[in-house]
Design a protein. Structure first.
Length: 210
């Protein structure tokens, strides 16, 4: 897997949340809205999920729909994840839409025109940023590890989350910006985040820092 020491370039402020384990799910909304992770790219979706994201075999079986740059993926061994790609993952979805988007499903032929096909050759592995969106049951399965290793999030998404769930987070969560403790309610006013479109966010499950 990619070296996490290189996952947070110095140009991004680092916001760490020390979270009571029962409150970690409050941050899953960010995964649904979309985050970025820094990993080795230029590899297949299969390799990226297993080796770069560390998805366990039993969780791989639960990933029924994969979208790469907005297109459904059937063959995860040939579709390549590039620097700047966006990968959306979902467990089984109900109805015809879910059946149509399911990789390798009986209805996959209905969306042949939009199915992802790799047009270029394999490229040399290189570290880069990959957009990640995770939906439904996969958020609980993949969220803790992804958030724990750290993600790049839009400041507007983070501020929206804090405004919407301030009361819950204030009771079982503390925060620090670039290693300095900060009041949860004052994160949006921090000078360190002023003018920053994106911030690097990581969650730590354990004792709340004062």
């Amino acid at each position: 897997m990619a070296d996490e020491g290189s996952a947070r370039p110095g140009s991004y402020p680092h916001v760490a949340f020390f979270v009571d384990g029962t409150l970690l799910a409050q941050f899953f909304l960010l995964l649904q809205q979309g985050v970025k992770i820094r990993r080795r790219t230029g590899c297949s979706v299969n390799v990226f999920l297993r080796e770069e994201m560390g998805v366990a075999p039993e969780i791989m079986e639960r990933i029924q729909s994969i979208m790469l740059d907005g297109r459904p993926v059937d063959d995860i061994t040939t579709a390549l994840v590039h620097d700047g790609s966006t990968l959306a993952l979902s467990a089984a979805m109900p109805g015809l839409v879910g059946a149509t988007l399911r990789r390798g499903g009986a209805y996959s032929s209905l969306r042949g025109a939009i199915t992802y096909h790799e047009t270029g050759g394999a490229c040399a592995p290189v570290e880069g940023w990959v957009g990640i969106k995770i939906f439904n049951l996969l958020m609980a399965a993949l969220g803790p590890d992804i958030l724990g290793r750290g993600v790049l999030v839009r400041s507007s998404d983070l501020f929206g989350l804090l405004a919407e769930r301030a009361e819950e987070l204030g009771k079982g969560c503390s925060a620090a910006i670039d290693g300095k403790p900060v009041d949860i309610g004052k994160i949006t006013q921090s000078a360190a985040l002023a003018g920053k479109d994106e911030v690097f966010l990581a969650t730590v499950i354990g004792p709340i820092k004062n």
